[in-house]
Design a protein around this ligand. Structure first.
Ligand SMILES: [Zn+2]
Length: 388
């Protein structure tokens, strides 16, 4: 049986509105997936994600869960759904991105990558096979192939070598993935539906290599396709150029996922190119540092001009934080070091990202996406340079 069903409900230019049906939830796209790094979305309980925010899918990070509590513990606890009690869809990354971006001590070979744990300095090894084994123990609905992510400013030769390694690793990921499914190692099995596996397109800012990576990934064949290696230090114009070039060439019959990007503006630009799925840590990371995303741009809760401001964080937001608490009160909580401040700004930020995707979806269905995009981007710039 097909592990995910992908249906396009409407298109507007290159933008698409669709549904991804997994064994655990129906996901309406375009979708923003909150990041649950260590088995929790930082500062936001599942009750809020399920009820008010209505997130249908969240992420889990293979690197972090591999190091702590470890795949054996999670498997013994019945997989990541059972361990955490999150029963909607999960996407797990391959661990590669964290190893290549967060870990200093590493040795890359054809076989895989050796690194030291950032927790205790112990030697660890990740490879396509090990990543597939961990992701089977986690039991996520969407498994990511193990790839190498070169720096955003990598030259042509270095990027080509990297994408060739990524292609060989993609095939090894797929082979091991299907062995594990056949052996019944998927901890999240439900109603006989297996996990799905997404391939990743690399190629940094080189359009010819992006195209080559796309061809090779599609040739191997996956349930969905992701664009990796963007928002890793390259200029924003390079990211938009790559998205504009590669997204419309990706298979229409599978979901398209832009990994680790980005700001509300980035999301809308990528939706206009035809991306369906997003994840990024910024709603919760910025929430913890007092930075709020609003329909009028970013604002910093620490700004003294909010001391006696009795309006909402975002008067246009219908989240429960904006419905009840004033900017002045939230600022006071933040300045006083109260943890509820970080939690409430994270909550609002996620509400803003999720509702932005819902509005984009409605606009695509109404064939008015370009009007929506123009209005959304022009409003976002209102706070630029003011109060940030
Ligand atoms: Zn809000």
């Amino acid at each position: 049986m097909n592990p995910i069903q992908w249906q396009i409900q409407a298109t507007d230019g290159n933008a698409r509105a669709g549904t991804i049906t997994t064994r655990r939830s129906v996901i309406e796209t375009p979708v923003f997936m909150p990041v649950g790094t260590q088995g929790t979305v930082k500062g936001v309980r599942f009750e809020w994600l399920e009820n008010e925010l209505d997130a249908r899918i969240i992420l889990g990070n293979t690197y972090h869960l591999f190091l702590r509590p470890g795949p054996d513990t999670i498997r013994q606890m019945g997989g990541l759904h059972s361990f955490t009690s999150w029963d909607r869809s999960l996407l797990t990354d391959s661990g590669g991105f964290q190893v290549f971006s967060l870990t200093d001590l590493r040795k890359l070979t054809e076989e895989g990558v050796e690194f030291r744990s950032h927790l205790d300095g112990s030697k660890k090894f990740l490879s396509p096979e090990v990543s597939m084994e961990i992701q089977a123990a986690l039991g996520s609905e969407i498994v990511m192939a193990f790839d190498e992510c070169p720096p955003g400013d990598a030259g042509h030769e270095r990027t080509r070598a990297s994408l060739e390694l990524t292609a060989r690793w993609a095939q090894r990921s797929k082979d091991r993935f299907f062995d594990l499914q056949a052996a019944g190692m998927d901890a999240g099995l439900k109603d006989g539906f297996r996990q799905s596996l997404f391939g990743i397109i690399q190629g940094a800012g080189h359009l010819d290599l992006r195209r080559e990576s796309l061809d090779r990934t599609v040739q191997i064949g996956f349930d969905g396709y992701a664009i990796g290696g963007l928002s890793v230090g390259e200029e924003k114009s390079v990211m938009y150029e790559v998205l504009d070039f590669i997204t419309p060439q990706m298979p229409t019959g599978a979901p398209r996922y832009l990994m680790g990007v980005g700001t509300p503006e980035d999301l809308i630009e990528a939706v206009s190119c035809g991306v369906d799925m997003f994840d990024c840590v910024i709603p919760t990371r910025n929430g913890r540092t007092g930075s709020a995303f609003t329909s009028r741009g970013k604002l910093n809760i620490r700004n003294a001009k909010f001391i006696r401001d009795d309006s909402a964080l975002d008067p246009e937001c219908d989240c429960s934080v904006c419905g009840r608490y004033s900017l002045g009160y939230l600022r006071h909580l933040y300045q006083a070091g109260e943890m509820t401040a970080s939690m409430m700004i994270s909550h609002h930020n996620l509400a803003f990202f999720l509702s932005t995707m819902r509005k984009a979806r409605e606009a695509i269905k109404a064939s008015s996406f370009q009007d929506f995009r123009r209005e959304f981007l022009s409003k976002l710039s209102q706070n630029d340079g003011k109060g940030v």
